[in-house]
Design a protein. Structure first.
Ligand code: SF4
Length: 278
C-alpha cells in the first residue's frame, strides 16, 4: 500500500556520516526492500519508523510533490549563491528505485529537474535496485555531476537468500552494475555492509564492473561502534547461519585488500570516508 503525500521540504541539510554532502534527498518515506530484507537497516531504529505504527518494509509514503519542491529549492539555492556547491545524496533513508518508483517515476522526474537546472554541483544516487536501468538516459544527461552508488553486500547467492531474501539476486545486481558502467556512468559498488563472501572472487566481479568501491561493516558503519547492529540482532542472525566470525572487527580486510589490488587504493574507500570521497 503506497500512500501519496504532499511533503513540506525535499532537500534536507545533512552531516554526520555524510559530512561532505550538503543535503539528503528522500522522495519516499519507508522502504519496501525492508520487508524480509536488509535486517541491518538502521532506519528501522529511526523515529520515522518508530512512530509509523507498522513493521519496517510494510509501509511506503511517496512525496508526490518532490519534483516541484526540488525546483523550488534549487531556485532558492541559485538566489543564495550556493547552487554550484550543492552536494546531494539520494537517498539516506529509503531506496529511490524501490517498487513504487516503477509506477510513480518520482526519481526519474527528480533527475530531469536536476538535468534542466544546469550546473548544480553533484548528486549521488544510492540504490540496490535494477530499476535504475530504466533511467540510464536521464542519468547520462547529468554527465560528471552524478555518480551511482550501487549496493551489493556479497557475491554469494546463498548468503543473499539467507540474510536479504527480498533483495534482487546477486547475478541481477552485477548485471545492472555492469550496464551502468558501460553506459559511461560513474559507478561505485557499495559493499555496505559486507556480508559473508569470497574475497578474491567478489573483488574480481566488482573490479570488472565498477569504477570504484566502498566497503563498510556492521561495526564501523552503524555510527555507534556496532551497538546499533547489535540492537538490530545482527550478531545473533549471522551466528544462526554459522557466520559468527563475520562480526569480528577485521573480517572485511581480505576483501578490502583484494579490491585495492584490483581497482587501486585511491578508488576503494572504507566506511564513512568511502562515501565522502565520491
Ligand atoms: S534498501 Fe536501504 S533503506 Fe531500504 S530497507 Fe534496505 S538498507 Fe534500508
Amino acid at each position: 500500500m503506497i500512500e501519496e503525500i504532499q511533503a513540506k521540504s525535499i532537500l534536507n541539510p545533512t552531516g554526520g556520516f555524510l559530512a561532505s554532502y550538503t543535503h539528503s534527498l528522500n522522495a519516499y518515506q519507508g522502504c519496501a526492500f525492508g520487508k524480509n530484507s536488509c535486517p541491518y537497516c538502521y532506519v528501522r531504529a529511526m523515529p520515522v519508523q518508530r512512530f509509523s505504527g507498522k513493521p519496517w518494509g510494510e509501509w511506503v509514503k511517496a512525496k508526490i510533490n518532490a519534483p516541484e519542491l526540488l525546483k523550488r529549492d534549487l531556485e532558492a539555492a541559485r538566489r543564495k549563491g550556493t547552487f554550484g556547491s550543492l552536494r546531494i545524496f539520494m537517498s539516506t533513508a529509503t531506496d529511490p528505485y524501490q517498487g513504487a518508483e516503477a509506477r510513480l517515476k518520482l526519481t526519474r522526474e527528480i533527475l530531469e529537474v536536476f538535468a534542466e537546472s544546469g550546473d548544480f554541483g553533484f548528486l549521488v544516487v544510492q540504490t540496490r535496485s535494477p530499476l535504475i536501468e530504466r533511467d540510464i538516459a536521464a542519468l547520462q544527461r547529468l554527465g560528471s555531476r552524478v555518480a551511482v552508488s550501487f549496493t551489493i553486500e556479497t557475491n554469494r547467492e546463498e548468503v543473499r537468500r539467507q540474510i536479504t531474501p527480498a533483495s534482487p539476486s546477486i547475478e541481477r545486481r552485477l548485471a545492472t552494475l555492469e550496464r551502468l558502467t558501460r553506459a559511461g556512468l560513474r559507478t561505485q559498488a557499495a559493499i555496505s555492509p559486507v556480508l559473508p563472501c569470497d574475497a578474491e572472487i567478489f573483488a574480481e566481479l566488482i573490479a570488472a564492473r565498477a569504477s570504484r568501491a566502498i566497503v563498510d561493516t556492521l561495526i564501523d558503519g552503524d555510527g555507534a561502534g556496532g551497538r546499533r547492529s547489535a540492537e538490530l540482532g545482527m550478531p545473533q542472525l549471522l551466528k544462526s547461519f554459522g557466520y559468527a566470525d563475520w562480526m569480528l572487527p577485521d573480517a572485511h580486510l581480505p576483501l578490502l585488500e583484494a579490491l585495492r589490488e584490483r581497482i587501486g587504493a585511491d578508488r576503494v574507500g572504507f566506511s564513512q570516508e568511502g562515501f565522502n570521497l565520491l
